[in-house]
Each structure stands twice: as C-alpha cells, then as structure tokens.
Ligand binder design. Structure first.
Ligand code: PLP
Length: 459
C-alpha cells in the first residue's frame, strides 16, 4: 500500500532537482529572502488526510522548500562552523538513505556495522590512539561530549550508572575554559553533575585556557572537600577557533588523576594537516575526544564521533545487558552509546574518505586555514575596524569601531552576497568569518575585503 508506482521516475526527478541545486549552490543569496512568517504562510498547511500524487509533492518541494533553504555549501557561506558538505559525502548519504540500515546490531546493518567499526579505527589512528581505543558515530559534537562524559563518569566512579549520583561521597567537579561551547554545560547538566560544578577558567590573550588558574582552581576544590574529576580541553573554540595547550592540560590531568576529554568537534579535523598536528599536540594523551566529521571533515550532517582511549568505558556505561566487557567480542553499537535504532553515519564517511583520500581533505583544510590568514591580513590597516583574534584555525573575528550597530549594518550591507555571522568575543560584539567551505577561494576573500573597504568608504 505504501509502495509507489514509478518509484524509479520519482528518484530521477528528485535527483534532477538536487543536481540543479548543487550546480548553482554558490550563486545568488546564501540565506533565503523570505522572513519566518512569510515562510510559514508558504509552508504551513493542515495535516494531509488524503494523499496526492508524488509528482505534485516533488513539485512543491522544488517550489517551496528548495528556495527557502540556506545554501550551507555555498562558497559565500562563512558562518558558524558548518562546513560545505562534500559531494562525495552527499553521494554517500544518498546511498545510505537508499539502503536505510540501522546498525545498532550487526544483523540490522551488517556492512554498515563493519564500516563504522573500520571508520572509527581510521579516525582513532589519526589521533594515535592505542589498539584498545574505539568509539561510536553520533549526531554531532553535543551528543559526542554527552556520551564521553557519561563514560568518564562510570570510569571514574565505577557503579554510578547503576547506583546514581548520591552514591558518591564527594561532589565531582569539571573544568573547562570560559570559551567552551554551551553543549558542555548541557551535558554536565543532563548527566546530573550540576552546571554549577563546571568551572569556567579564564583564557589568555589567544583565548586558550589559563593553565595556572586551572591548577589553582583544582587545588581550591580539593581543599574544600570536592572531587576534581574531569578537564575538558578545547580544540577549536566555537568563536575564535582557539586550541588549548592540550599537552599541558594532559600533564595537569595526570598529576591530579583527572579524566581528560578534548572537545575537538570543530578543530579535531585539523589533525590530518601538519599545522593541525602541531596545534593539537598532546591530544593522543586524552582519555576521550569529540570530533565532528560534519564540521571540518566536510561530511553532510549529522556526523559526530566520540573516541575513547579505551572503548571498554563506553561499554561499561552503555551496555544493554549484564555481560562483562570482552575486548574480543565484536562490537554491537547498541552497547556503546545512547541510541538503539540508529542511522548509519559511516557510509557517507566511507564514500568521502575513499573518493577523496585523506590527502585531498588535508589539502582542503590547509587551504581553509590559508584563506583565514589572508582575510586576517587583508583587514590590517583598514581604518575604523580592529581584529580580535589572529586565527589559529579558520575563524577570523573583527569589529568596526562603531561596535554592534555598525557591525550589524555591515552584515545587512553584504547579506545578498555573503552570509557571515555576528558573535561575541571577550565580551565584545564582533563579526566572525569562518573559512571552512571547500568552495571558498581567494577571489571570495578578496571580494569580502573589497566590501569591507567599500562599506567604510560610503559609511
Ligand atoms: C567547539 C564545539 N563543540 C561542540 C559543538 C556542538 O556540536 P553539534 O552542533 O554538532 O552538536 C560545537 C558546535 O558548533 C562547537 O563549535
């Protein structure tokens, strides 16, 4: 009854639309012009009781949905940290949806389970993790950190998953920098530690955690009878793209027997470049890492990855049954994370890594970093603005001297050409251009710089 006649033709006509969308992605506005209420007028309707012809629905998709979508893949999308989904990744996702596997159990997605196991192994090896390491693909950085901290909690307080937070004597404390992403607060809250038990440590001039203040804070908490438990290092803060001194943090973690988690949701992908390896020095010492293939590895969303130095900690926190961990038992992903039914996020990674090879992805990330540098340098000497960070990764923050009002006026001035977002850094309103799209070229950087100069000229 749910079978569609002419399914092959519908696939073809949908693919025609996707081909056109892809080929025109960098032309025209990045953000749709319609306001939210206009869009609601266009899209809202009563719940369909009787169905209509697939041709008609595909027609509506072309007319109402495509033009009201953000062109994340555009060369002119320089916002947040959503990278352009690579074309090989898109092919992989289309293939994935066609197969619709559910690799929570091997039998619900045999090849998908094996591919995920292999992809996790590939990513672990990028971070020089040992052979006991492992992990799972999740929706993104937020769930990755939540999953890792749940595993850390069980590893550091064995039995807590069973017995609850009240079973531990001293309240656990976590530490991260003031520049950490809000998903860390959410994870700490959801796991029952209490957001107040997450210490937000000050940063230096480069927005990296102040290691001295961190150590002082740990000592103070020990003196007060609390139980310092975990440091969450930043490998690419959301706004400035700053990377903490992970080596130093790993030394502190070892000194006080703390778990070290690295939030590399954004910057972790840079591990495949020489500069990234240098920036992320020490990451191989972490107990767990979040890295988002849907950020700086150009995989279409959703694709997050959580890696554990020893995957038994994931198992101990998330296993379904009572069986003790056995490193020789092949992985069933239902035992390594929160989800039961889950999509395959590995097939698109498999497509992208195989079609491009790591070298091409590495060259793309290097190019992104060069463009960020070029934009930063191009802003030098432009009167009436100042730069807030020298980019370590791919984000450049600057502000006009008129502050928020002038910044917003500039964003409106460029909105039909570029999508760049406002942000706040060091308490100051700023404009943040993030160069993490593979389609963005030097000429786009020059065009944006030209717009900055013109804006100042006509202002
Ligand atoms: C540093 C950092 N961590 C975590 C996240 C959350 O990742 P996600 O949006 O994939 O859940 C983000 C998102 O931008 C981020 O920049």
């Amino acid at each position: 009854m749910l079978e569609l006649e002419k399914m092959d033709l519908h696939i073809d006509s949908l693919m025609e639309l996707i081909k056109k969308y892809q080929s025109e992605i960098s032309s025209g506005r990045v953000l749709p012009e319609a306001s939210r209420s206009e869009m609601e007028r266009i899209i809202f309707e009563e719940m369909p009781t009787a169905g209509k012809a697939p041709e008609a629905v595909i027609g509506e998709f072309a007319e109402k949905i495509i033009p009201n979508s953000t062109k994340v893949g555009s060369a002119r999308f320089l916002s947040w940290i959503i990278t352009s989904p690579s074309q090989a990744g898109i092919l992989g996702e289309m293939a994935n949806i066609g197969l619709s596997q559910a690799p929570f159990l091997f039998k619900a997605g045999p090849a998908a389970t094996v591919i995920e196991d292999m992809a996790i192994g590939w990513i672990s090896s990028l971070f020089d993790f040992p052979k006991e390491s492992g992990g799972i693909l999740v929706s993104g950085g937020s769930v990755s950190t939540l999953t890792a901290l749940g595993a850390a909690r069980e590893a550091m307080f064995p039995g807590i998953t069973e017995n609850g937070m009240h079973s531990i004597e001293k309240p656990p404390v976590l530490y991260t920098s003031k520049k950490a992403h809000a998903s860390i607060d959410k994870a700490v809250g959801a796991l029952g530690f209490g957001k107040k038990m997450l210490r937000k440590i000050a940063v230096d001039a480069e927005y990296r955690i102040d290691a001295n203040e961190l150590e002082e804070s740990i000592l103070k908490d020990i003196q007060e009878g609390l139980r310092p438990f975990c440091i969450i290092a930043q490998a690419g803060t959301s706004v400035a793209g700053a990377v903490d001194d992970i080596q130093k943090l790993s030394e502190i973690a070892k000194k006080y027997s703390l778990w070290l988690h690295v939030d590399g949701a954004y910057g972790g992908g840079a591990i495949i470049t020489a500069k990234g390896r240098e920036l992320l020095r020490g990451i191989q010492e972490a107990d767990s890492i979040s890295v988002d293939p849907h950020k700086w590895l150009f995989i279409p969303p959703e694709a997050g990855c959580v890696l554990l130095r020893n995957k038994k900690h994931l198992y101990n926190a998330y296993r379904m049954g009572q069986d003790e961990y056995n490193p020789d038992t092949p992985v069933e992903f239902v035992n390594y994370g929160i989800q039961s039914t889950r999509m395959s996020r590995a097939i698109k990674i498999w497509f992208a890594f195989k079609i491009y090879g790591i070298n091409t992805l590495s060259a793309t990330i290097e190019k992104n970093m060069e463009l960020a540098k070029a934009f930063y340098e191009g802003l030098e000497g432009v009167k009436g603005l100042y730069r807030l960070n020298n980019p370590m990764t791919s984000a450049v923050c600057f502000s006009f001297e008129g502050g928020q009002e002038e910044n917003e006026s500039f964003l409106r001035y460029i909105e039909d050409k570029f999508f760049v977002s406002p942000a706040v850094l060091g308490g100051k309103h700023c404009i943040r251009a993030c160069f993490s799209n593979y389609r963005t070229k030097v000429e786009h950087v020059e065009e944006l710089l030209e717009l900055v100069r013109k804006f100042k000229g006509i202002y």
